[in-house]
Ligand binder design. Structure first.
Ligand code: GUN
Ligand code: ZN
Length: 433
């Protein structure tokens, strides 16, 4: 059974250095879907007569973009979003660790995982790279629920065996064994993928880092996610814990963890040597502007990353970040760049959270675009979702301007619908699917 979607369709068919020039935009476009994947993309008029039996969904006047890819967030932190008064290290101790403790109860973990996925979909996110907690079952729960809708899910059990409360610690051995078991059970099963997840250098012993580095080498197609150079006190702490490392990145590098499968959250305070290493190893940055502002961490140097040839993706970092909205992350990235006198083009912003992220993660044949064979993961944006957006976004509709305005004005009902593998997982109340 084929499905035919109608709307104004915007995506990046290719990897590019200049997204502002390389978007494909089809007004009154049609996307033909079969078996959860894109079969054809063209004008609606050219497809509708050829596929008279297709189930039709009319999103005329709305903007259809690839489902957003959020490359860094913490599903167990959902309930502690927007907590007052602390910067990173105190915030971890005061709010994060006590919250993550609750996930020792798998029933609780499943309820929050369910809530979390719905938040993603209500915000147009269809791929996420999420941290679970130290508990193996927390990662399993997310894989299990994502599998029920055939969602592209990357997650992993957090590993930490020091400098956090006893009740939240694993060991070097158990971190290795639990992660290895999760890889065997879930990695590349359906659309699931595993990410080995040392929380950050301060919370892992040398033994644990070595074990996790070994695990990466044993599974070169598995991802790694961690935090890097987010906060000045954190950077100073790492320097005192690893006096022989030339910089923070070098701690990870010394365990073989800096690869093209490694996603480093934040990367605010990097020296030139670290930027070069990131570029040489094709490692990936998750730029988390809302978190960096909310926790007062600092400003990511997007222009430096571009100049050094380092791949940047965009992320919410819930719940260091104070919103699930990738559109708003894009708006906040613009502001972080403005503070450094850089203009982040809205099409470049969209690229960072669709095709650019897919390319960085090596999954651009699966997600991030509407090329034939990619999964039909998309979100439908309504430029006229309230009075203010109707006033601001009027004719003629330049898609870059629409996106730009939405990245600041976006609210929950900006997203009309979100689809995963050719099926709606969210539709705004009052809209037909
Ligand atoms: N560094 C170590 N753990 C965390 C976390 O949970 N959130 C953020 N933003 N930074 C971290
Ligand atoms: Zn984080």
């Amino acid at each position: 059974m084929a499905t035919l979607i109608k709307g104004n369709i915007l995506h990046f068919p290719n990897t590019t250095q200049s997204p502002q020039n390389d978007a494909q935009y089809i007004v009154d476009g049609g996307m033909l879907i079969e078996n959860g994947k894109v079969v054809k993309l063209d004008t609606y008029a050219s497809l509708v007569d050829k596929y008279p039996d297709a189930e039709r969904h009319d999103y005329s006047g709305k903007l259809i973009v690839p489902g957003f890819i959020d490359t860094h967030l913490h599903f167990p932190q959902t309930e502690m979003i927007a907590r007052f008064g602390e910067q990173l290290l105190d915030w971890l101790n005061r709010y994060t660790f006590p919250t993550e403790r609750k996930f020792e109860d798998p029933v609780y973990a499943e309820a929050i995982a369910h809530f979390f996925l719905n938040q993603l979909w209500q915000n147009g996110t269809t791929t996420c790279m999420a941290y679970a907690t130290v508990h193996k079952s927390s990662a399993e729960t997310l894989f299990k629920l994502a599998s029920e809708v055939d969602m592209h899910m990357i997650t992993g059990k957090v590993c930490m065996d020091r400098h956090c409360p006893d009740w939240l610690q694993d060991t070097a051995e158990s971190a290795y064994e639990d992660s290895a078991e999760l890889i065997a059970k879930w990695h590349k099963k359906g659309r699931n993928k595993y990410a080995i997840t040392p929380r950050f250098a301060p919370t892992s012993t040398h033994q644990q880092m070595q074990k996790l580095g070994d695990l990466m080498q044993a599974h070169p197609d598995v991802y790694m996610q961690t935090h890097l150079s987010e906060n000045k006190d954190e950077v100073a702490w790492v320097k005192s814990l690893f006096p022989n490392s030339k910089n923070y990145l070098n701690v990870y590098d010394s365990y073989g963890m800096v690869t093209d499968k490694a996603v480093f959250g934040h990367c605010i305070y990097l020296d030139d040597d670290s930027w070069r290493t990131m570029a040489d190893k094709n490692a990936i940055v998750a730029f988390c502007p809302r978190s960096n502002l909310f926790l007062g961490s600092g400003l990511y140097q997007f222009d430096k990353a571009q100049a050094m040839g380092v791949q940047t993706t965009l992320a919410t970092d819930v719940a260091g970040g104070d919103s699930f909205s990738m559109l708003k992350a894009m708006g906040e990235a613009y502001k972080v760049c403005q503070l450094q006198k850089i203009n982040l083009d809205p099409l470049h912003g969209l690229y960072l959270m669709t095709q650019g992220a897919a390319h960085a993660l090596g999954v651009e044949t699966e997600v991030g675009n509407f090329n034939t064979g990619s999964y039909a993961d998309f979100t439908v944006l309504d430029p006229h979702f309230n009075d203010l957006s109707r006033l601001r976004i009027n004719e003629p509709r330049d898609p870059a301007d629409v996106l730009f305005a939405l990245s600041f004005l976006a609210e929950q009902n900006t997203i009309a619908s979100t689809w995963i593998a050719g099926k709606p997982v969210y539709s705004r109340t009052g809209d037909t699917k």
